[in-house]
Design a protein around this ligand. Sequence first.
Ligand code: IDP
Ligand code: MG
Length: 152
Amino acid sequence: MIINERTFVMVKPDGVKRRLIGEVISRIEKAGLRIVAMKMLQLTRAMAEKHYAVHKGKPFYDGLIKFISSGPVVAMVVEGENAVKRMRKIAGATNPMDAEVGTIRGDFGMVIGRNIVHAADSPENAKIEYSIYFKETELVKHKMIDEEWIYE
Ligand code: IDP
Ligand code: MG
């Protein structure tokens, strides 16, 4: 059995600078999700504008583009059953003040503009987003040995 819903996750520059890459990866792994691609990179302005195209024109857009391209990020493609929804739950609400304790944003964030992690909000958007950073051939097709214990 291979369960392949894909999502796109990114440790934002604040998460990298605060040494939370491992924390984010650890939570993804422990949840039972499967990482199939990962890289560190610094976004160009063009990449950032593509990634956050839906927010163009909003008051926080310029600050968001500047911030997300201000330092290294870690981009990941993650798979699993309902991977999009599961990953959004692991990340927590957009504003850390509304995010539950136990979520990444709820445990480590203080303000909405520094919320450590990005997670796609639909499988369609996940594909649009990961295609900015990865070629299809860079996604590794594999299965974890514990999946028969993770899924029933
Ligand atoms: P999401 O990351 O939970 O999907 P979105 O609404 O898609 O949230 O917003 C994208 C990112 O833009 C958020 O993660 C947050 O960092 C930033 N952002 C959203 N709303 C605001 C705001 O009102 N002020 C400042 N930054 C914001
Ligand atoms: Mg979003």
